[in-house]
Write a protein that binds this ligand. Sequence first.
Ligand SMILES: Cc1cc2nc3c(=O)[nH]c(=O)nc-3n(C[C@H](O)[C@H](O)[C@H](O)COP(=O)(O)O)c2cc1C
Ligand SMILES: [Fe+2]
Ligand SMILES: [Fe+2]
Length: 400
Amino acid sequence: MPAVSIKPDIYWIGVNDRITDLFEGLWPITNEGVTYNSYLINDEKKAIIDLMKSFKGDEYFAQIDEITDVSKIDYIIINHMEPDHSGLLRTLRRISPKVTLVGSAKTKKLLEDFFSIRNNVEVVGDGDKLSLGNRTLQFFMTPFLHWPETMMTYDPSDRILFSCDAFGGYGAIRGAIFDDLCENADFYEKEALRYYVNIVANYSPRVLSAIEKLADIPVDVIAPSHGLIWRGNSSRIVDLYKKWAEYATEKTEPGVTLVYGSMYGNTDVVMNAVAQGISRVGVPVEIFDAARTHVSYILPSLWTKRGVMIGAPTYEVSLFPPMADVLNMAVRKRIKNKKAAYFGSYGWSGGALREMQKIIEPLKWDLTDTFEFLGAPTEEDIKKAEEFGARFAELVKKED
Ligand SMILES: Cc1cc2nc3c(=O)[nH]c(=O)nc-3n(C[C@H](O)[C@H](O)[C@H](O)COP(=O)(O)O)c2cc1C
Ligand SMILES: [Fe+2]
Ligand SMILES: [Fe+2]
């Protein structure tokens, strides 16, 4: 894509990635894609805010060439050192060896450790300013959003906050980079949530402190490093991030995430009866097959819904492995404050429930009910399963 003007002399010079299958080598983006948003300010002094991953360098540098000679860039502002924003740093320094790198004290250390860069680094602290001639940028430290060195860059003249990963999302751009020109905002909001839970959620208290810290700054445009630039309604993405961050400790949405797995269909049959019971009570339920759905897509539901219904058989005296994987990830992402219930088939010894309880122990979920059955479910089991689902849904509903 060619460079896109955001305000006079301020450009998006990002690149759309529809090729990478796994973001951070872990999270699927094959169907959704992602953008690496980089920004160029063409003032008396010229600054680039965040670069991008080492990928499509020709396209990236061609965008800069549209505006200015790469060798004329004075500053590279590094809000965040993760390689999806710094991958092209070596190439850029080869073209422009005198360019000054600007970042936090921790960025300076990471520049040494990751790139062996020791010279031409300017360290900035919280609230420090950098004049480019017609505008003066200001830096705000936002540590652990989501690395220790992260900061945001603010341009008070144009009221733009370059927020880096915070307020970002998955999703390659389908023509429109701005929220107000985008026809499918729902897609980007959904992908922002998936990105949030996959990447940022563990640092939710930091998100809330950053939002509080920046509350008094007048912002017209939020320009993150992934996904849409929010200028039509810039508070929308901040409000969404705030809501998602609050879910770490506060009340979540009145719904149930039903995650199940089944080898030979016995737990599957019961799962449908459980789901019927939940629906009968009028509680929304989202259903995921743990073995067939990447956990990246299950996490947003787990994060936002109050109830977790787990259905899995016993496998080698323990829990069906794909379910153990999903729950282990929930533990890593510290998805707390849930009402939970378990059902599943077993053949002789059982063991799934015991292992499940062990895995989720650190999360302190309120395990309200369990329903185990031997082999194939009887008609009686299926009736019981529907009641079991309904009972659980009533409990989830009661929390309102
Ligand atoms: C590979 C494998 C290992 C199993 N290990 C156990 C076990 O250790 N203890 C047990 O009680 N049942 C065990 N079972 C039996 C299953 O739990 C039982 O067949 C159950 O009905 C499977 O439910 P599903 O049809 O939903 O997959 C095992 C089954 C398989 C296929
Ligand atoms: Fe990052
Ligand atoms: Fe990033």
